[in-house]
Design a protein around this ligand. Sequence first.
Ligand code: C5P
Length: 206
Amino acid sequence: MIIAIDGPAASGKGTLSKKLAAQYGLPHLDTGLLYRGVAKSVIDNGAGLQDRTAAEKAAKSLNLASFDEISLKSHQVGDAASVVSAYPEVRAALVDLQHRFAAQPKGAVIDGRDIGTVICPNAEVKIFVTASPEARAERRVLELRGRGEAPDAAKILADILARDERDRNRAASPLIQADDAHLLDTTHLSIDAAFQAAIDIVEAVR
Ligand code: C5P
């Protein structure tokens, strides 16, 4: 069983994906980490984010094991990831890895922006997780505080809106709800309530 989870930044899709993977005993791939790894490599190598050749090279030689997850999860790297992820050559270089992950015998939970539309269009379960920009910004602020950062709430909201704009309006694999995806709006849901709603969706199609 492939469970494809897509949605905008800080919608809760990461938490939901981890919980679903544990619930169904499936491996989980957070594809945002791939684009974050590419962005971090470009930054660490001293190239600019506008350098498409450097970004493509970083995608082709990506070794996620060489990063610690905490450094990839920073707000700055997330924003940089949304720049390099718009380059079609970067996306193309990461397709095989995602297909191989999806081809595991038991299936997988895979989360990102284009899993239900481009990477796994035949996924048995597709969930598009969303929440209002304000709710997402508030969650991101709490998450960053939990990691010892001191975020500026107004800037986080502005960054989330800018990231939404970039992810939704790019030509290559834009963030869009697949026709056959179930919409899960978590704005007013606790983590447990969102998880239960996701389980109900999985159980209905399983
Ligand atoms: O999900 P996360 O916030 O970690 O993703 C970081 C960025 O990577 C997103 O804003 C998006 O631009 C990009 N991304 C993507 N396709 C995916 C996953 C992430 O373009 N499947």
